[in-house]
Design a protein around this ligand. Structure first.
Ligand code: SF4
Length: 415
């Protein structure tokens, strides 16, 4: 079977596509570069924004059109978050034979005509420079803007032995393993463990490789995890991405983000990020949430200015079907939402530039990433840097001195 793979959305989705690839290849299938060459085109969908769902529909239609133009055969299977919430729209798209909720690998195997026994197959080596490792699925929270929690269900932690086994295999070829999921900070809440406990075990049992965490709520960084994030940057990247979403407590309440306030976030972020000299602190922020006033936005701007962020991800609010926020009053005009996002991005960019400037002349632990001929370095504190030696092999890792080329503000890693 020839399969084409296309992923929309987050690292958890990218991991699931790697798992689908491993399953297809274990069953003797091959991965092809275009949907029209494929017997089956597999799209892994995202429901975070309306744009992500629109892009999916456009590409599925495009695949069917190309197939019809070139061969008249083949079909499409759609998995992921938008699938899990499909109201029949995806199922009705041309060429779609199966719609699989989330990352249900057994159902996906059946839809692909593969023996479900292959559903547990996992690749020793993934396609990326850094490996992805999903440790849990789902979320027990219900943020009022979030479609993901509706799509992925309750928090379900993978067995630690299984995760450690997979990580050991990935560490052979990959210098960095990115720990991902839907809500990784609640890992273990359903089995008497914790993210800190799991990470500590992996650091102790799997030598050399660097682990990096994706989003963890600031309130979920307990003492053990906090120590791991700052004690050995060669083993655990000194990097915390803690969603903030808003600096206004009134808006946080409307978002249903009841587990922290702007004050507790400020305290946690400052406590975690202040200890080591080299640390990356990032956050997601949503602008234009229903009911957000200019003074709410001003509170967000003030908090963001105060905290030692080294980058920001800012998104204008995107109304999602079935979410509680959709029924809320106080719509913010899209233009205002974009304006507020632009203001926060500007602050984020200046903080990123300041971080980069602080790092000039410093030392870094660089992992070489990139696809095709493109090569760049990624430091422990999440800086993308140019490589003085452009021939450095992908997935290699070296200690470097960071210098700044006069022509650019971008740092260069010199071995
Ligand atoms: S914590 Fe909130 S935003 Fe994150 S997955 Fe859960 S419900 Fe969605």
């Amino acid at each position: 079977m020839k399969a084409y793979l296309r992923t929309f959305g987050c690292r958890a989705n990218q991991y699931d596509t790697e798992a689908a690839r491993a399953m297809i290849e274990a069953a003797g299938g091959t991965i092809v570069a275009t949907p029209e060459e494929a017997d089956v085109a597999l799209f892994n969908s995202c429901a975070v924004t309306a744009a992500a769902e629109a892009d999916l529909r456009q590409e599925v239609r495009g695949a069917a059109r190309e197939r019809a133009r070139l061969r008249g055969e083949g079909r499409t299977v759609v998995m992921g978050c938008a699938s899990a919430r499909d109201d029949g729209t995806i199922a009705a798209l041309p060429g779609v034979s199966d719609v699989i909720a989330g990352a249900d690998m057994e159902s996906l195997a059946i839809a692909l005509g593969i023996d479900p026994a292959f559903a547990q197959a996992r690749a020793g080596t993934q396609t990326g420079s850094r490996a992805l490792l999903r440790i849990q699925d789902g979320c027990d929270e219900h943020c009022t803007f979030c479609a993901t929690t509706l799509a992925r269900g309750a928090n379900r932690s993978r067995p630690a032995d299984e995760i450690v086994r997979e990580a050991s295999g990935l560490a052979v070829e990959h210098p960095e393993i990115v720990i991902t999921g839907i809500h990784i900070g609640t890992y273990g809440a359903d089995c008497g463990s914790s993210l800190g406990e799991l990470l500590e075990r992996m650091v102790n049992e799997i030598p050399h490789v660097r682990f990096r965490l994706t989003s963890v709520e600031a309130s979920e960084v307990d003492a053990r995890l906090g120590e791991l994030l700052v004690s050995d940057p060669r083993r655990v990247a000194p990097h915390l991405h803690a969603p903030l979403q808003s600096g206004s407590d009134r808006v946080l309440r409307r978002m249903g983000r009841h587990w922290y306030t702007s004050a507790s976030y400020r305290a946690a972020a400052a406590r975690i990020a202040s200890r080591p000299d080299v640390f990356a602190l990032g956050a997601d922020v949503i602008t234009g949430f229903p009911g957000e006033t200019a003074s709410d936005h001003a509170e967000t701007v003030a908090l963001v200015r105060d905290l030692p962020f080294t980058y920001l991800h800012v998104f204008p609010y995107s109304a999602r079907p079935g979410t509680a926020a959709l029924r809320m009053d106080g719509d913010v005009p899209a233009a205002v939402s974009r304006e507020r996002a632009a203001e926060l991005r500007e602050i984020g960019d200046s903080k990123a530039a300041a971080h980069s400037a602080r790092r000039e002349g410093g030392l870094a632990d660089v992992v070489v990433v990139g696809d095709g001929d493109k090569r760049e370095g990624l430091t422990e504190d999440y800086l993308s840097v140019t490589l003085a030696d452009a021939s450095a092999p992908r997935r290699s890792r070296f200690n470097a001195k960071l210098s700044c080329q006069p022509s650019t503000s971008r740092l260069t890693a010199v071995r």
